[in-house]
Structures are given as structure tokens and as C-alpha cells.
Design a protein around this ligand. Structure first.
Ligand SMILES: NC(=O)C1=CN([C@@H]2O[C@H](COP(=O)(O)OP(=O)(O)OC[C@H]3O[C@@H](n4cnc5c(N)ncnc54)[C@H](OP(=O)(O)O)[C@@H]3O)[C@@H](O)[C@H]2O)[C@@H](O)CC1
Ligand SMILES: [K+]
Length: 481
């Protein structure tokens, strides 16, 4: 598991650790790791040009100490002092002692950045608030347009550490070296997208960290959560999933949702709706009824919504599914028919799987607002509906209604997944895992993981059906088989 902790937690852990260790040791550990990553990015250190964007806090101190190490290995180092009278005193002294120089004039600073091989971004770390200020903004822009590798210290400056929001100008890094734990901004978009490759460095604060606010599943976690059929498994033990999706107008959504469900280990899939013929043509093993969910027979979870359209039948379908006492996943068109009171009153779990536009409609906001505040939005939706919410996106988020468990973040997705119908496959996949008995948060986060991994394994341009067909390979891959 990869964990993310908020700033208050990191600061408390830092205090507790520092009380046991000699002063300055944490910063030296941070600087050593930064210098090593910087040297790796440069290939050969001697004779290269390194520029430090130096802010007024300890983030700048880390960067200055790291630069001093590179200067001692023969790099020509220039520290751009954004607030010259407030630069980290010991860090600056170390750099000057190692032969580095400083620059403060705006023109000279921008020229130094433009001709650098490596830029160390030490403007702000976890102490930054709001977007970059104007002086820092032009330097960040110069770094972005230069050929230099940009190495962010702890976080790309300008992002909001706790929320992953990017309130204004920010640095775009190629690599971020972060200390002690991941900060939410490194895992949640839009900030995560500015961080580049991530490198987590253990500086010794781990034992003092409290509960994480974020978790990202890794292969081993998914392998431990996925169901394995035992010797005595019958179809009900493996889970029977009901799919109420598709319409005369959109039969494809039914086929895709069923495909996702079949490939995620369900013992059987029952389909209810007008798309039965199309479903059977592709998947003869499915038990089909033309009626509504009531007519479908016993299932252990329902997937309802993809391609339903918005007619009266669609409303009946959604309310019948919600009236059952099994887990229900609501997606796509089904999300437009949701009343928070009905969802909250359910005794079995409900999972909602909106993309940003659907989430915005549920929250009464505009899409851009949800995209800018993803973590907030997913938490608020989960609380408002009393449901587990999976907010789709380049980094998919899964929040539980209690608000007490860490939000799960999935990073296996690829841009190729933004293809028509891929969400239908995801809902089927997740429905299967719910039917197998996984807790809603586990089902949703494992489904997102497998879905993203399937798209990666399928490689390159792909259709939604390609994603569904690659799910078994993703499953085997996660299981290490
Ligand atoms: N945690 C750990 O264990 C360890 C942490 N370590 C390191 O410490 C870092 C945290 O250091 P920190 O607390 O000094 O804050 P930091 O991020 O340098 O920024 C604060 C300064 O920036 C300024 N400023 C604020 N907003 C701004 C903006 N938008 N644009 C421009 N400037 C802005 C603000 O100035 P002011 O508002 O007062 O003008 C303030 O002075 C952490 O990220 C890690 O790198 C390591 O040494 C190892 C151990
Ligand atoms: K930084």
C-alpha cells in the first residue's frame, strides 16, 4: 500500500522525530536523497549547471544543502534567492562554502534558469499557501520552457499539499523527491499531474506518522483482496451479479457492462432489460429477462444505469434495484435519477461511479469545479448520499460514506481509457466484485485498479471491449500468476 498523510500529521511526526535526533539530521537526509536524484538526472555532475529556486522556508534549505553536495562534485551552482534576506541561513552558507553563487536580479535569475541543466525547485513545500507569487511565477515558467530537468523538493511549488488543488501558478516537475510519506497533492490531480515521477525517501519520520488520509493499492494489496474460488465454490458462492443496463437505443452499454461483469469472476450474470438479444449474441452464458430487476431472479449485487436513457422504464429500473437489500452500483444514466434520501435509507451498500460531469450534476456544481477540487468533491458526495463514491478521472478516487477511512486513489489508469463505453465495463467489473462479497470500498478500488491495468496491458488505442477482454490478464498480472 502507498499512503498519503496530511500536513498536520507530517509536521507532528517531524516534531516527534526531531526530539530524538540531532538537529538538522532530517534536512541532511532529505538533501542527500535530493542530490542523489539530481545526480542521476544529470548523468555526469562535473561541469553541469544547476540552479536552485530558493524560497524562504525549510524547503529552500533542503534545496540549498542538496545543491552544496552537487557543487562539491563539480557542478556550477547558482541559487536564485527569491526573498534574499530570508533564505535558509545554514543552507546558504553551505552552498557558498562549496563554491556556489547567488543571484537576485530578476533578469539574471531568468537567464540562469534558461541555461540550466538541472533546476531544483525549493520555493515552497508543505508550508506553501495559494499559488506561486509573481516573482516565483516567472521563474517557474522559465523552468518549464527551459531544457533543464526540473526536480521538485518535496512537492512541486504552488500546489496545495493537502487537497491536490492548484490554486494558481505552479512548478511543473519531471521528478519529485518527497520526504517521509506521500502528500495528498502527489497522488491527487490536478496537482499530481505536475509532480512527474515520484521518489519517496525515508528520512525516519515513519514510526511517528499517524493515520493516513489517502491509500493507493499496489499489486500485493489487490491480490490479497481479490476473491479466489475455492474447491467447493458454486455460482452463488462466487457471486451472481445482476446487470440492468442498456436500452433499445443503447444496447451496447448492456453488452459492455455484462462483459466487465463476466470477466471479473462472477459465478453468473443475470441481465434485465431490453438489450437481451444483443447481450446473448455476444455472451450466450448470460441469464436474460426482458423485464425489470424484479423479474430477474436472485442476485447478490446489482449494476444499474449504463445506457438506460431517461424514460419512465429507466426510473422504474433504478428504483427497483435500489429497493433490493443487496449492494447496488449506480452509474451513468442511473445517476441522474438519484434521490439522496432514497440512497441514504438503503440498508445494503450503494456505490456511485460518476465522472466529473456527473459528480458536478449530483452536487449542483459545474464540472470544472469538481475537477479542481476532486478530493473534496468525492468526500462530499459520499457523505451526502451515504454511499461509497468512485470519482473517475486520470487518478480515480474512492471515498466511503463514513469519512473515517482513507480515500483510495488509483493511478493505474491511462489516457487511452477515455474511450466510449469504458465506464460501462468498469461498472460491470465492480458489480462482480460486490457480488463476490468484497466491501464496497475494496470492490470499487480493486475494480479501478484492474480496469486501468487492463488498459495498460492492452496497450495503445483501444475500445471498451478491448479493456473488458484484457481484464483476465490484468487479474493474473495482479495475482502475480
Ligand atoms: N516534514 C519533515 O519531516 C521535513 C521537512 N523538510 C522540508 O521542510 C519543508 C517545509 O518547510 P517550511 O515549513 O519552512 O515551509 P516551506 O514549504 O519551505 O514554505 C514556507 C515559506 O514559503 C513562503 N510561501 C508560502 N506560500 C508561498 C507561495 N505561494 N509562493 C511563494 N512563497 C510562499 C512562506 O513565506 P511567507 O508567507 O512567510 O512570506 C514561508 O516562509 C518541507 O516541505 C520539506 O521540504 C525537510 O527539511 C526534512 C524534514
Ligand atoms: K518545492
Amino acid at each position: 500500500m502507498r499512503y498519503g498523510h496530511d500536513v498536520a500529521n507530517v509536521r507532528a511526526a517531524e516534531q516527534a522525530t526531531m526530539a530524538r535526533l540531532p538537529g538538522g539530521l532530517l534536512m541532511q537526509r532529505a538533501a542527500a536523497a535530493l542530490a542523489a536524484t539530481g545526480a542521476e538526472a544529470l548523468g555526469r555532475v562535473y561541469g553541469t549547471r544547476v540552479v536552485v529556486l530558493t524560497g524562504s522556508g525549510a524547503n529552500g534549505g533542503d534545496a540549498l544543502f542538496a545543491a552544496a553536495r552537487l557543487a562539491r562534485r563539480g557542478a556550477g551552482v547558482t541559487a536564485v534567492l527569491i526573498t534574499p534576506d530570508r533564505a535558509h541561513r545554514e543552507g546558504l552558507a553551505a552552498l557558498l562554502a562549496a563554491g556556489g553563487r547567488t543571484v537576485t536580479a530578476p533578469d539574471a535569475s531568468l537567464r540562469a534558469v534558461a541555461s540550466a541543466d538541472l533546476v531544483l525547485d525549493g520555493i515552497t513545500g508543505i508550508g506553501g499557501t495559494g499559488g506561486l507569487r509573481p516573482a516565483a511565477e516567472s521563474l517557474a515558467e522559465a523552468a518549464r520552457t527551459s531544457d533543464a530537468a526540473v526536480l521538485a523538493v518535496d512537492l512541486p511549488s504552488g500546489v496545495d499539499a493537502d487537497t491536490g488543488e492548484v490554486p494558481g501558478a505552479a512548478v511543473r516537475a519531471d521528478v519529485t523527491v518527497t520526504f517521509g510519506t506521500y502528500k495528498p497533492a502527489l497522488l491527487v490531480d490536478p496537482a499530481a499531474e505536475l509532480a512527474g515521477a515520484l521518489r519517496l525517501v525515508d528520512i525516519g519520520i515513519g514510526p511517528d506518522l499517524g493515520a493516513p488520509v489517502l491509500e493507493a493499492l499496489q499489486h500485493a494489496d489487490v491480490a490479497a483482496l481479490l476473491p479466489r474460488p475455492g474447491g467447493e465454490s458454486d455460482k452463488y458462492r462466487r457471486g451472481v451479479v445482476g446487470v440492468a443496463a442498456g436500452s433499445a437505443r443503447y444496447p451496447g452499454a448492456a453488452v459492455l457492462a455484462v462483459s466487465g461483469a463476466l470477466r471479473a469472476g462472477a459465478g453468473a450474470v443475470r441481465y434485465a432489460g431490453p438489450g437481451g438479444e444483443a447481450v446473448l449474441a455476444r455472451h450466450p452464458e448470460v441469464l436474460v429477462t426482458a423485464g425489470s430487476p424484479h423479474a430477474a431472479g436472485r442476485v447478490q449485487a446489482w449494476v444499474v444505469g449504463p445506457g438506460l436513457g431517461d424514460g419512465a422504464d429507466a426510473r422504474t429500473t433504478v428504483s427497483e434495484a435500489l429497493a433490493t437489500d443487496v449492494p447496488v452500483l449506480v452509474d451513468a444514466d442511473g445517476l441522474r435519477m438519484l434521490d439522496p434520501r432514497t440512497v441514504r435509507a438503503r440498508t445494503a451498500p450503494t456505490v456511485l461511479t460518476p465522472h466529473a460531469g456527473e459528480a458536478a450534476a449530483l452536487l449542483g456544481r459545474v464540472r470544472e469545479d469538481v475537477e479542481a477540487h476532486r478530493l473534496d468533491s468525492v468526500r462530499e458526495l459520499a457523505a451526502r448520499f451515504g454511499a461509497t463514491v468512485l470519482l473517475k478521472g486520470s487518478t480515480t478516487l474512492v471515498a466511503d460514506p463514513s469519512g473515517e477511512t482513507p480515500v483510495r486513489v488509483n493511478a493505474t489508469g491511462t489516457a487511452w481509457l477515455a474511450t466510449a463505453g469504458s465506464g460501462d465495463v468498469l461498472s460491470g467489473l465492480c458489480g462482480s466484485l460486490l457480488a463476490a462479497g468484497l466491501a464496497p470500498r475494496d470492490a470499487a478500488s480493486c475494480a479501478a485498479y484492474l480496469h486501468g491495468l487492463a488498459a495498460r496491458l492492452a496497450q495503445g488505442p483501444l475500445s471498451a471491449m478491448d479493456v473488458a477482454e484484457a481484464v483476465p490478464a490484468a487479474w493474473r498480472n495482479a495475482m502475480g500468476a
